[in-house]
Design a protein around this ligand. Structure first.
Ligand code: ZN
Length: 328
């Protein structure tokens, strides 16, 4: 199937042109019929999408689906962790004034590079202020917060979900321990989805990562935000990043996730997350329309299929050419 897909890595090749205000950045030209799920990721910051990087990539590359991403903020609040990127961008990014001035454009371009690696179709930027780290979502959601343009966000989310006819919306799990912006982005996505009639509403899911140290629990309903209730059967759908492929099964989807993480060079701590997530647990929210659990199950079963056919090699490929050669 892959040979029938024509796509261009516009961001990587520097060919992506700045869109008109309010228009998306088109990253990947989709010129074949969409045969798989339509997915929208909604996140607060550039780099949050790494939580679903392999899922988004394989949905496009293996299932023939189409994936878009919508970011609420510019991510300029990440200046504290930009130390190693200061030489790269020739700017004192860890100085708050410099970082807040320069990082919106830097982080947008890093994000677009990752989008190209995941074969994302289009990226939507709402360009809201990444004002500061806090675990309190009310810092941006309160009616008098004045940090984000909540009316504009609501309109943009409802419009995107309506026009995009998505099967699934992916978000961060809104736990009290995570950044308040992460909680707020998911709450706003849920509130927007609730405005669509059930027969046109996407299923909304959130992601948590399983690591070598920890298997995540389903996120509990967030106090004060009833829309964050999970569906009655809260057992997760699991995408295994470690499913092996390639010669002798030596590759897995952590490689793709690491590529996307590596694009975010201005975010030092993000780089240390490489290869940590082993399996992504997806949890379905209760406001998802009827049939969502079955549809999501079928999607994840498709994502568990082998994507690549192993090649056969002769001795010219080396002493490890055989797929059956014991690993040394
Ligand atoms: Zn974030």
């Amino acid at each position: 199937m892959r040979q029938h897909i024509t796509w261009f890595i516009l961001a990587l090749t520097g060919c992506a042109s700045t869109p008109q205000p309010g228009q998306p950045w088109v990253v990947t030209q989709i010129e074949t019929p969409v045969t798989g799920p339509r997915v929208l990721g909604i996140y607060a910051h550039p780099d949050d999408e790494t939580s679903a990087a392999a899922i988004l990539y394989k949905t496009r590359a293996h299932l023939g689906g189409v994936c878009d991403l919508l970011l609420i903020t510019n991510g300029e609040g990440g200046f504290k962790y930009s130390t190693l990127a200061e030489d790269l961008y020739d700017a004192e990014l860890t100085d708050e004034t410099v970082g807040r001035s320069r990082l919106p454009e830097i982080r947008r371009d890093e994000f677009l590079e990752g989008c190209a690696l995941m074969q994302i179709r289009a990226a939507y930027f709402l360009e809201q202020t990444d004002h500061r780290y806090s675990t309190d979502p009310e810092e941006v959601l309160a009616a008098d917060a004045g940090v984000w343009d909540l009316g504009r966000i609501e309109h943009a989310l409802v419009e995107r979900m309506t026009k995009g006819r998505y099967d699934f919306v992916l978000t961060f799990a809104p736990t009290p321990q995570t950044h308040g912006h992460h909680q707020a982005a998911t709450i706003l996505a849920l509130r927007a989805a609730a405005q669509l009639p059930a027969d046109r509403r996407p299923a909304v899911l959130c992601a948590r990562q399983e690591t070598a140290e920890e298997v995540p629990d389903p996120p509990a309903i967030l106090s004060g935000y009833p829309e964050t209730a999970l569906a009655a059967d809260a057992s997760p759908l699991i995408f295994d990043r470690t499913q092996p492929f390639g010669h002798r099964g030596r590759l897995d989807y952590r490689v793709l996730v690491n590529w996307v993480i590596a694009a975010h060079k201005s975010q030092g701590t993000m780089q240390l997350a490489m290869s940590r997530g082993l399996r992504t647990h997806l949890f379905l929210f209760a406001l998802s329309p009827p049939g969502s659990a079955e549809a999501a199950q079928a999607w994840l079963e498709g994502l568990a299929q082998p994507q690549f056919t192993p090649r056969q090699y002769g001795s010219s490929a080396g002493t490890n050419a055989s797929n059956s050669t014991p690993i040394q």
